[in-house]
Design a protein around this ligand. Structure first.
Ligand code: FE
Ligand code: FE
Length: 189
């Protein structure tokens, strides 16, 4: 399946808004790939499909992951919405015929991040946050510039803002997000 066919199929599955977001992530990731020396075709596909299973209802997300013996963390059981990342990687493989492990990993970790992210992982995580359809979040202008100049700085900036936002509204912070933040903060010292 080529990228044009993937796009047509995705359009049938997602709401207009989520589809536009996916296109935004794809092209943002593509331009970041130009700058950071990553295969832009991989960045486009990972961006396009990063939310491809987001439409699956939450209880079904759990069922479908269980059926495939995908590990579900404590935090994911409590917030099944988080599972859309792992399930989107599964759907990319099963329904969109993606075999490239780098693409699949980038999709799987796009909501929480992970320690030791690849450049492609970072690009998808960041592109998801900064793509043009996104509501303008605090410091967005600076974060968007960092995305093209300093990936790790940008990543830490986004993680920091996400974690403090979640803490402020007393929501749970996934331990993997916390671990990712510590890992990259240490790396900056
Ligand atoms: Fe997502
Ligand atoms: Fe997204």
């Amino acid at each position: 399946m080529d990228r044009v066919q993937m796009t047509a199929k995705l359009k049938e599955k997602l709401s207009a808004k989520r589809f536009e977001h996916s296109i935004g992530v794809a092209y943002t990731a593509g331009t970041m790939a130009f700058v950071h020396g990553v295969d832009y075709e991989k960045a486009l596909i990972a961006g396009l499909l990063h939310d491809c299973a987001k439409y699956v209802p939450n209880d079904k997300k759990i069922q479908k992951c269980q059926k495939r013996k995908i590990e579900i963390t404590e935090c994911e059981y409590r917030n099944p919405e988080l599972l859309h990342a792992k399930l989107s990687a599964v759907y990319a493989r099963e329904k969109y015929d993606v075999k490239d492990e780098e693409i699949l990993t980038a999709i799987a970790c796009h909501t929480t991040g992970r320690p030791e992210m690849t450049t492609l992982d970072k690009i998808i995580y960041i592109a998801d946050y900064i793509e043009p359809n996104r509501a303008v979040l605090p410091e967005m202008e600076i974060i968007r510039r960092e995305a093209y100049t300093d990936l790790d700085k940008c990543l830490v900036h986004i993680l920091h803002n996400c974690i403090s936002y979640l803490e402020k509204k007393k929501a749970v912070v996934d331990p993997i997000t916390q671990a990712t933040y510590s890992y990259y903060m240490d790396g900056m010292m």
